[in-house]
Ligand binder design. Structure first.
Ligand code: FES
Ligand code: FES
Length: 152
């Protein structure tokens, strides 16, 4: 048994240390908001925050998350930055099919937590690893600027 800090709560999970964090979230804990895309760190669908940093949970062993703060999409809007991101996403109607969007939101939240006024280039750099097959990139960028305005 391991204990993880997920969205501010101590959560026990029965998992081997080398199990990817994504599987523990989705299969063991039934937290299915975090998505499986490629399983190889290439698409960003599985992005969560670990101590504030956006990481790919498909290629992070659960042992690397022990003792750190994990934030998933289920807890994303519980702080000021996450709420601003969620509101901007809704206001600009960013989502198309939605599959990539948990990861997009977690990467956007991590970006705005460290940079309250990101340029287009900052956004492209931070979001470059989050692929959207519906090509919502223009709305994602606009929503990040919108959230930054709210947070200013
Ligand atoms: S599922 Fe993790 S990066 Fe694609
Ligand atoms: S909204 Fe469909 S993959 Fe991004």
């Amino acid at each position: 048994m391991i204990t993880l800090n997920i969205n501010g709560k101590a959560t026990r999970a029965d998992a081997e240390p080398d199990t990817p964090l994504l599987w523990v979230l989705r299969d063991t804990l039934q937290m299915t908001g975090t998505k499986f895309g490629c399983g190889m760190g290439l698409c960003g669908a599985c992005t969560v925050q670990l101590n504030g940093e956006a990481i790919r949970s498909c290629s992070t062993p659960v042992s690397a998350a022990v003792g750190k703060k994990i934030v998933t999409i289920e807890g994303a809007a519980t702080d000021k930055v996450g709420k601003a991101v969620q509101d901007a996403w809704q206001k600009l109607d960013v989502v198309q099919c939605g599959y990539c969007q948990s990861g997009q939101i977690m990467s956007a939240k991590a970006l705005l937590a460290r940079n309250r006024k990101p340029s287009d280039q900052d956004i492209d750099e931070a979001m470059g690893g989050n692929i959207c097959r519906c090509a919502t990139y223009v709305r994602i960028r606009a929503a990040i600027h919108e959230a930054a305005k709210t947070l200013a």
